[in-house]
Design a protein around this ligand. Structure first.
Ligand code: MCN
Ligand code: MOS
Length: 762
């Protein structure tokens, strides 16, 4: 990795939108000054420890808690016997289920590692020890271990995820050149540095929850429904998060257990989910497999894509890891057919993990395209450019912006692609077989409304206030830049308050939708606050600007002046003082005008107002092209990624430094996915055996080579108010196929099941 550039002081452009401001909370995180959810001090705290099932399917017959209860310090043991008095909550979309009770500690066991009991004690150590003494008797029933279990069956087709146009089967049959292959990906996990957990505290009918959250408002809503209480009475506090990657967007069973225990005991309760328990508290990326057939003319014009995919889900809820998500938008093709199935197995319901759907989907299609290139004897870059999609063939709509061609050509240039020799095993350095491969990626632009508040204080400081989340992406920093730009002040004169469901409503930090959404709201509120200040400055009897005859004011370099720059010139503090104002507070949202309070609440607490990429006149996506170089040891089969160049179109970048870091983070996760990550299931008992960071491998710094990232985007004002497209997820999409393709080029071996481990190459 390239070294971090030294921070340049006094560079005014740093603090405006588009500047390379360093992350506001970075220092706080590395020096321990940032308080995480499990670090909040609460008086009279009790500690809860979860007990998870050790069988994959069946019934809890009996939980013997006598030995546990006899242990010192033990306050409470909760089992399926206890009715915690909870109700089912509506889903992300806000769709209400049939009214019914919710049992976070159920009697019915649906997967190995399900929460079935909890012990609460005066200390965590006492609770942990007592939990070991709880005896659970089960009545086991037959289980399905994973997607490859012979009893798993074919599953169900998810009709809304099927897509077809033209006549794919006929066009495929008529194509002179065809390839067909099956690709698979294993279960993968988030392994965020900060594990799950919470501290819950009741004050009468008011509930405060300190929990890492990607969506303070949505989670507060779901908690309030579980506990059948008014939304206003629940508060989630989540200012700092040690990574979420999709796993922290909804309340989970352990949260309900800790809060119910706190209510029963009349004391605050802290529950830290252990690292192994994290693997089954929220599901990782589902295991997938997909069969892809491509038909082309002899000169490489794609005629047909036939795609059949499947992913595992749990036996109690449907989560499709959409293997066809990228297949339909990457290439120009007149005949297309794609179908996705979900196969229920005894696992926790899989969930969103950076680039859900698009990620395994790009792995399939981008490997298949290179397989076709070799069959045709054509350069894979040339094949991609030859089949460039001029519009979205699925929706029939024009792209809002699509600079994937530029990403491919500029990426190729920076990588030195033209020096490649096509034949496998044709580039070597001693015992190292060298391979080069390409993988394209895409992620849809998802739009959502948000709200924000701006406060101009008499001190001249400006506050940005929002319940939005920063889990490391850079929300604090870009919002400070946005306000600083509007007021023409240095960025350190802006204070940003985030991560609290009591603050103005916000889109989820998910689906790469937050930056576009919240930047729009903050910009709107800041401009409105500035306009209010201008109005006062031009009309207030105490204002030095009253006599200037100006009809507006300029805000630049920390000063406010009339447009032609003549005196007076005041700082924000001086103007506020002249106006005798303590503060100016303005709140704005990006909903259509006139949205009432109920519609506003619905907008921040559900996904009902979220818009997909083709809901307007255009088809809107971020795009990228990754170029990977691998070195494979000829004797040992070890693969090292020695170089990556990736070019991106994410529209306008609010902060290129943070964007580059987002892209690199995604690429690093992609390298892990390609070479290391694999949730291993013991088929006998449905257990994820490598449920710890010693055995579930993710890349470390020494696994990561120089990663060069390039922006080829242009502002896209269809995509968002300020012209940016999503950044947070697209970086991981397309990395694994780029590496798989490079490994094929190096070795002549096509590994179609991730991860590419050495035994598959020997
Ligand atoms: N950005 C920008 N210009 C744009 C868009 C984004 O400068 N046009 C920068 C900003 O710094 C912004 C960040 O990129 O804060 C991410 O913006 P966006 O793409 O809108 O994504 P979200 O804010 O919605 O963040 C969620 C996204 C997702 S879905 C996952 S998963 C993910 C990711 O972000 N998880 C992360 N990046 C992560 N980064 C960290 N450190 N930790 C995680 O858990
Ligand atoms: Mo990201 S997987 O949408 O939180």
């Amino acid at each position: 990795m390239t070294m971090m550039e030294p921070r340049k002081h006094g560079d005014a452009s740093d603090g405006t939108v588009g500047g390379r401001q360093s992350r506001f909370e970075g220092n706080m995180k590395v020096t321990g000054a940032a308080t995480y959810a499990l670090e909040y001090p609460a008086e009279n705290l009790a500690y809860a420890v979860l007990i998870q099932s050790t069988i994959p399917a069946g019934r809890v017959v009996n939980v013997d808690v006598s030995a546990a209860l006899a242990m010192p310090g033990v306050l409470l043991v909760l089992t399926p016997e206890d009715d915690l008095g909870l109700k089912l909550s509506a889903d992300w979309g806000g769709n209400k289920p049939v009214d019914g009770p919710y049992y976070p500690l159920p009697r019915q066991v649906q997967f190995n590692g399900q929460s079935i009991a909890a012990v609460v004690a005066e200390s965590r150590e006492q609770a942990t020890e007592a939990a070991r003494l709880v005896r659970v008797t089960y009545e086991a029933s037959k289980h399905v271990a994973d997607l490859n279990d012979p009893n798993a069956g074919e599953g169900m087709v998810v009709e809304p995820l099927s897509a077809a146009w033209g006549d794919a089967e006929a066009a495929l049959a008529a194509s002179p050149v065809r390839i067909e292959a099956e690709y698979s990906t294993p279960r993968e996990y988030h392994v965020a540095m900060e594990p799950h957990g919470l501290t819950a505290k009741w004050d009468g009918d008011q509930l405060t929850i300190w929990e890492p959250s990607q969506w303070s408002h949505g989670m507060a809503r779901m908690y309030s429904e579980w506990f059948d209480m008014p939304y206003e009475n629940v508060r989630i506090i989540s200012p700092f998060i040690g990574g979420g990657f999709g796993s922290k967007g909804q309340p989970l069973a352990y949260g309900a257990v800790a809060i119910a225990a706190a209510r029963k005991l009349g004391r605050p309760v802290k529950l830290a989910v252990t690292r192994p328990q994290n693997f089954t508290s929220y599901g990782g990326r589902a295991g997938t497999r997909q069969k892809i057939a491509l038909g082309a003319t002899e000169d490489g014009i794609l005629q047909a894509i036939v795609h059949r995919g499947a992913s595992e889900t749990s036996i109690y809820a449907d989560w499709p890891e959409q293997t066809g998500a990228a297949t339909a938008v990457l290439y120009k093709v007149e005949n297309f057919s794609s179908q996705h199935r979900i196969v229920p197995v005894n696992s926790v319901t899989p969930g969103a993990l950076r680039g859900p759907g698009k990620n395994p989907s790009a792995y399939g299609i981008e490997c298949a395209i290179e397989e076709l290139a070799y069959k045709l004897g054509m350069d894979p870059l040339e094949l991609r450019l030859k089949n460039y999609a001029d519009h979205d063939y699925q929706s029939g709509k024009p792209w809002s912006t699509r600079r994937l061609r530029e990403a491919l050509t500029e990426g190729a240039e920076a990588f030195g692609w033209s020096r490649r020799s096509h034949a496998p095993r044709s580039m070597r350095d001693g015992k190292s077989l060298i391979g080069w491969g390409i993988g394209c990626g895409t992620f849809p632009v998802i739009r959502a409304p948000s709200e924000a508040m701006i406060r101009i204080l008499s001190s001249g400081r400006v506050e940005v206030v929002s319940g939005a989340i920063d889990m490391g992406q850079g929300t604090y920093t870009i919002l400070a830049q946005s306000a600083a730009e509007v007021f023409g002040i240095p960025v350190d004169q802006v204070e940003v308050h985030l991560g609290d469901s009591r603050l103005p409503g916000s889109a989820i930090a998910g689906g790469s939708m937050l930056a576009g959404s919240i930047m729009g709201a903050v910009h709107k509120a800041a401009v409105a606050a500035r306009d209010e200040l201008i109005g006062l400055a031009l009309s207030d009897a105490n204002s030095p600007f009253r006599e200037t005859g100006a009809n507006t004011l300029n805000f630049a370099e920390g000063r406010i002046a009339a447009p032609r720059g003549e005196a007076p010139s005041l700082t924000l503090a001086e103007l506020m003082s002249a106006l005798k104002r303590e503060e100016i507070e303005v709140r704005r949202n990006t909903l259509p005008d006139g949205a009432n309070a109920q519609e506003q609440l619905q907008a921040w607490t559900t996904m009902a107002r979220v818009q997909g990429p083709t809901m307007g006149d255009y088809s809107m996506h971020s795009w990228c092209a990754h170029f990977a170089e691998v070195r494979v040891d000829e004797d040992f089969g070890t693969v090292r990624v020695s170089r990556m160049v990736s070019a991106f179109d994410c529209g306008r970048l609010y902060n290129p430094k943070l964007v580059e870091s987002q892209w690199r983070g995604g690429i690093i996760m992609g390298i892990g996915q390609a070479l290391l990550e694999e949730g291993l299931v013991d088929v006998r008992n449905g257990r994820t055996v490598n449920n710890n960071v010693g055995d579930y491998l993710v890349p470390t710094n020494s696994d990561i080579p120089d990663v060069q990232v390039i922006s080829v985007g242009v502002p896209d004002h269809h995509a968002s108010a300020l012209g940016g497209k999503g950044v947070g997820e697209v970086g991981i999409v397309g990395v694994a196929p780029a590496i798989a393709n490079a490994v094929y080029h190096a070795t002549g071996k096509r590994v179609r099941d991730l991860p590419i481990t050495l035994e598959k190459l020997l």
